[in-house]
Design a protein around this ligand. Structure first.
Ligand SMILES: Cc1cc2nc3c(=O)[nH]c(=O)nc-3n(C[C@H](O)[C@H](O)[C@H](O)COP(=O)(O)OP(=O)(O)OC[C@H]3O[C@@H](n4cnc5c(N)ncnc54)[C@H](O)[C@@H]3O)c2cc1C
Length: 644
């Protein structure tokens, strides 16, 4: 293709072989350890205080390392993870309904449409059971049954009930648990907490990650922070679409800056579009709101059978309703995975059967559940979600079905990491949503919290030790090292450049337009012609950005336009790579739906012969270089995914 070149294949050299159930144990045993007395001499930078970064920083400090922690919010506990609603998966099998580590492993590999690594996913399923114990010990108030056992509910892509939850606030409660652990270490002096600080660049010295350049968002001061290793836990990049369910601040800058310095970016086009979000209501909107997947436990999705039927839902008799998920996918019904449910919603709306303004909505109806279980039971399970819906839409979902539509929610792509979670830059580790993760081309609901906490509490603390055990030989470097000074100078120059353009368009206007291009051509379905058009449009808009953006104020203090401008500049470069990745992957898999590649009944058509690999992209400043990591399936055989 004219847009990239192909380089050497890449391999995950840290992945152990042998029986899959023994791999993680063996890796842990074979990994080198750091003597407790030596740990306090080693400093680790952790960027991010969400579930991944918060749990990692607390655990590393508990082990005795000196940790420097960074986030751009005013408090670590305001990280985006706090927004997670529905729950966290774990193969505890408390319900005795047939769950097991192997089943969670199987569901996740299949759910990801056979585009993830078996070894990683198995480890994730193994560790899932420890996460629940850890969080319970911290006092996380998971929902309980009458007898005291932890309660669980169903999430998409599984026929067992393995999702642990704390009402519709699971992320918040888990984050408070991690935050308390972090605070304990801050109190003990083992974690140096730097809230309201944004990482703007990665410092590499002699090929190794040795620090970061950060800007104090309140004073504008720029400093260089050095360490023996750097961990990025900076979250996902769904906000490249402008409108998404992510917190407004979520961005790609930390990952993108590392990418430009040599960290490969894997599968950037894999985006999750969540089926149950409050539909867009107009041009004024800057954010979309998720209605948790947990609602599909009891809510039934439907549209009128007839096109253009604009009667009130209450006036549409049962016989004239199409519960299309239950009809098309009788085995999984309303709990099919997100990619499937989103496409099905789009299809019925494209047929002219959508509801609400513009016909871009489907109903999520609780009338049956309220009749069966009573309003009180529904309130207990979903009360806060119903309240949120009513506040935003002015409609009472106890009386009128919710209206929902798919929206950008999560990014499966991210920085490439090996089994040890180390990127292609030695000493740079990436965890949580920021790495390309274990979810393949589609993440199952309630598995992001599981992965973030698995990485932070259990995986990284082992694998990072293996790296740190060898760093003594690399010697200490400080911020006066010429490579560190050059990095900091480049950051200062970039800020000055953004401030000096003084053009006539706001940062937001560029971001909104970029988002529209991405949603139209690299969103729910993608075509070769659309993606090529998007690349041209992104390039033209990026050029305009660097000529016409207006960033008021200066860099000497709080300046949110400046913060946004830097992030949007990085989104432009990422957006182009996402489109190139989507264009080169001439197959459909999970959330990546190429309209040219679908089965006769409209499902994603994979091409395992040509595309059973991770696409790891190298930044060159010119055309990106593609490195392929072949995926092997020994335990779960790739088949056409079916939820029928
Ligand atoms: C509305 C909503 C509901 C969800 N519900 C669920 C659910 O029920 N179950 C589930 O499993 N998943 C859910 N998810 C997904 C899940 O919440 C996220 O994938 C997960 O919380 C990401 O955690 P993280 O620690 O990787 O990153 P985040 O929580 O996004 O944290 C990122 C951290 O990095 C910091 N950071 C970023 N860039 C910089 C920088 N340049 N400099 C300094 N700091 C930086 C931020 O300040 C922040 O502290 C939901 C997502 C959304 C949007």
């Amino acid at each position: 293709m004219d847009l990239y070149t192909e380089g050497d294949p890449i391999a995950d050299t840290k992945a152990p072989d042998g029986p899959i159930e023994t791999r993680w144990d063996r890796r842990r045993f074979e990994a080198k350890l750091v003597n407790p007395a030596n740990r306090r001499k080693l400093t680790v930078i952790v960027v991010g205080t969400g579930l991944a970064g918060g749990s990692a920083a607390a655990t590393l400090a508990e082990q005795g390392y000196h940790v420097k922690s960074y986030c751009y919010q005013d408090s670590p506990r305001r990280a985006h993870s706090i927004a997670a609603q529905g729950g966290i998966n774990a193969a505890k099998n408390y319900r005795n309904d047939g769950d097991s580590v192997h089943r969670l492993f199987y569901d996740t590999v299949k759910g990801g449409d056979f585009r993830s690594r078996e070894s990683n996913v198995h480890r994730l399923a193994e560790v899932s059971v420890n996460i629940i114990d850890q969080c319970v010990a911290q006092g996380v108030p998971f929902a309980r049954e009458y007898g005291g056992l932890l309660d669980t509910r169903s999430f998409g892509g599984a026929q067992v009930q393995r999702t642990f939850y704390a009402r519709g606030q699971t992320g918040q409660q888990l984050l408070l648990g991690a935050y308390q652990a972090l605070e304990r270490q801050i109190g003990l002096g083992n974690v140096e907490m730097n809230a309201r600080h944004e990482m703007l660049e990665l410092v590499i010295v002699e090929g190794r990650a040795r620090g970061i350049v950060v800007r104090d968002l309140v004073t504008g001061e720029i400093t260089t922070e050095m360490a023996d290793a750097v961990v990025l836990a900076s979250g996902g990049y769904g906000n490249v679409f402008y409108l998404s369910t992510n917190a407004k601040g979520c961005n790609v800058t930390a990952s993108w800056r590392a990418h430009r310095k040599g960290a490969y970016f894997a599968n950037p086009c894999y985006t999750q579009i969540h089926p149950t979000c409050i539909p867009v209501s107009g041009d004024h909107q800057s954010k979309l709101t998720l209605m948790s997947e947990s609602l599909r436990n009891d809510g039934r999705v439907w549209v009128p059978k007839a096109k253009g039927d604009d009667r009130s839902p209450k006036d549409i008799p049962e016989a004239e309703r199409d519960y299309y998920l239950e009809r098309i996918y009788p085995s999984f019904g309303n709990l099919v995975p997100r990619d499937i449910a989103s496409r099905a919603a789009k299809n019925v709306c494209d047929e002219g059967r959508g509801v609400g303004p513009g016909g871009l909505g489907v109903y999520l109806d609780f009338a049956d559940a309220i009749n069966r279980l009573g309003r009180k039971a529904i309130e207990a399970k979903y009360g806060n979600l119903f309240e949120m819906y009513e506040r935003i839409t002015g409609e009472d979902p106890y009386e009128v079905p919710m209206r929902i539509y798919p929206a950008v929610h999560y990014t499966m792509g991210g920085l490439w990491v090996d089994y040890d979670l180390q990127s292609t830059i030695p000493g740079l580790f990436v965890i949580g949503e920021a790495n390309f993760s274990d979810h393949g081309a589609n993440r199952l609901g309630a598995s992001a919290l599981m992965q973030g906490l698995a990485d932070g509490y259990f995986v990284l603390p082992n694998t990072l030790a293996n790296y740190l055990a060898g760093v003594g030989s690399y010697g200490k470097v400080d911020a006066s090292h010429p490579e560190a000074v050059a990095t900091r100078t480049a950051v200062e120059e970039r800020i000055q450049k953004l401030l000096s353009i003084n053009g006539d368009r706001t940062v937001d206007s560029f971001h909104r337009e970029l988002g529209q291009i991405m949603w139209e051509h690299c969103g729910m379905d993608r075509t070769e012609a659309g993606l090529r058009k998007a690349i041209d449009e992104i390039r033209a808009l990026r050029e305009q950005f660097w000529q016409r953006v207006r960033v008021p104020g200066d860099g000497e203090g709080l300046n949110q336009s400046l913060e946004k401008a830097g992030r949007v500049a990085d989104f432009f470069e990422l957006a182009e790579l996402m489109c190139i990745d989507a264009l080169h992957r001439e197959e459909s898999c999970g959330g990546h739906f190429r309209a040219e590649h679908q089965t006769p009944d409209g499902e994603a058509q994979r091409d395992d012969d040509r595309f059973a690999y991770v696409a790891a992209w190298e930044y060159t400043g010119d055309q990106p270089v593609l490195h392929k990591e072949d995926l092997q399936f020994e335990y779960v055989h790739p088949t056409q995914r079916s939820y029928k």
